[in-house]
Design a protein around this ligand. Structure first.
Ligand code: SF4
Ligand code: SF4
Length: 449
């Protein structure tokens, strides 16, 4: 049957100069998690670039098999780090997916995903309602009942596994009362003469990891920053963008640009690597938008990951030791997309008593990748299992010595996935954002512990 194609905006076609940059050398293959798992050229960066190019030039049909190879890409961008020719793979995959979605050439499940993300993430009230229901499910005893009985087994196995990955939804949410310019969580030790920065509060982070935001505000305040939240800010649009819905991503980008530029801050600090990388690329996303192109470039230049931002300051090393054995999992969108590798390690090494032990493959994706862990469960679990084997081998000596084993990382998706990995592999230990360890050391110091 002939495909129904809608006209495509030029802006959402993969650029010829990006596609032609690949010289087929294959240096990226051994860094690609899906190629390493499957050993297939069709699931490698080189193969995917070939497919996107053939689709853009209308030389092939978007068959279900071809679309599956593209959908199996984690968009982790490890191939960008490995590529000696500087192929902008992230941009190619995002625009390739957008082209398919806009032309209606993706299967129903993918279309449903785009619709759900569009209906949910731009709307904080809807997200709050969803997390309220999740919390009710977890705290009412219903979850325990379902898990204890055979009731869950009547559901499709994918849904059961997805249910087992759900993190505990905390009872409180994060709110930065800073429209008036005050540091909600950090007033106690703030030095008001410092820099004025805005914090991206984000969509899921205030609901799932309020503790990370609170720690971020306290640590920034400790370093003399006045932390403000920009009224009207929304989700960064990363999930929509990765699903191929550039229209929604652009709407969110414009809204965030207006909100943050109105706050008149020196920097926009982000503690979620996926959001930071998307916001640093608003300039590219809106480069064809006559009204926003220049503002988007200014905005992107102001965005910094919290680790990068702190490492650029004269960091105040905590004096209180934390006797933890810590391993650091690079978040893909921090190390491969933003190229921030040393800053989080620098912060961890500033904590006295903390022993940082590297994983065998710290910059290999844990399988989280936004909603990939739900959309591509099988591959996500394969990658998670591999990651947890690496974690177990790295932290085992520490656990044997009864020292706390901690996995530090820099993105909420990675935190969720690694927490699920600890539960799945029955490993002790905990998962934290890098900033939480720094905060813990400062808090222990202040409490005289
Ligand atoms: S983004 Fe990641 S999964 Fe996708 S092709 Fe590149 S390395 Fe492979
Ligand atoms: S390393 Fe770069 S140039 Fe070489 S095959 Fe991979 S994407 Fe193409």
């Amino acid at each position: 049957m002939a495909e129904q194609r809608a006209p495509v905006e030029t802006v959402d076609r993969p650029a010829d100069q990006d596609l032609s940059q690949c010289v087929h050398c294959g240096f990226c293959l051994q860094e690609c998690p899906t190629y390493l798992q499957l050993g297939l050229e069709t699931d490698s960066p080189r193969g995917r670039i070939h497919f996107v190019r053939a689709l853009a030039e209308s030389r092939v049909q978007a068959t279900p098999a071809l679309v599956r190879h593209l959908d199996l890409c984690l968009q982790c961008r490890a191939c960008e780090t490995a590529c000696p020719s500087g192929v902008p793979f992230g941009r190619i995959m995002e625009s390739g997916r957008a082209m398919l979605v806009e032309q209606g050439r993706v299967p129903l499940a993918w279309r449903l995903r785009v619709w759900l993300l569009r209906q949910l993430f731009p709307y904080p009230k809807r997200l709050r309602a969803l997390f309220f229901l999740l919390r009710l499910y977890q705290r009412s005893g219903f979850q325990r009942l379902l898990r204890a009985t055979r009731l869950l087994r009547v559901l499709p196995s994918g849904l059961v596994e997805a249910e087992s990955m759900l993190p505990d939804v905390p009872s409180r949410t994060f709110r930065l009362r800073s429209e008036a310019g005050e540091n909600a969580a950090g007033t106690r030790r703030a030095r008001p003469s410092g820099r004025r920065v805005a914090l991206l509060t984000g969509c899921v982070m205030p609901l799932l990891y309020p503790r990370t935001h609170e720690a971020t505000v306290r640590v920034l305040a400790r370093h003399g920053c006045q932390v403000v939240a920009s009224a009207g800010q929304r989700c960064c649009g990363a999930l929509n963008l990765h699903a191929g819905d550039r229209r929604t991503a652009r709407q969110l980008a414009r809204r965030n640009i207006d909100a943050f530029l109105a706050a008149e801050v020196e920097a926009i600090v982000v503690n979620a690597a996926g959001c930071g990388s998307t916001m640093k690329e608003y300039g590219e996303l809106l480069e064809q938008d006559a009204q926003y192109a220049e503002k988007a470039r200014c905005f992107s230049a102001m965005v910094q990951d919290v680790c990068e931002f702190l490492a650029s300051l004269p960091i105040e090393p905590p004096s209180h030791p934390l006797p933890y054995c810590v391993t650091y999992q690079d978040s893909c969108h921090l190390v491969h997309a933003q190229k921030v590798r040393s800053a989080p390690r620098q912060l961890l090494r500033a904590i006295p008593g903390l022993e940082l032990i590297e994983l065998e493959a710290p910059d290999r994706c844990c399988g989280s990748a936004g909603i990939y862990s739900f959309a591509q469960r099988e591959m996500s679990l394969r990658l998670l299992d591999e990651k947890m084997r690496d974690v177990a081998a790295t932290l085992r000596p520490a656990q044997g010595d009864a020292v706390a084993g901690v996995i530090a990382t820099a993105n909420p998706g990675c935190m969720m996935q690694l927490e699920a990995g600890l539960r799945r592999h029955k490993l002790s230990g905990r998962v934290v954002h890098v900033i939480e360890l720094l905060d813990e050391a400062y808090e222990a110091e202040a409490g005289g512990l």
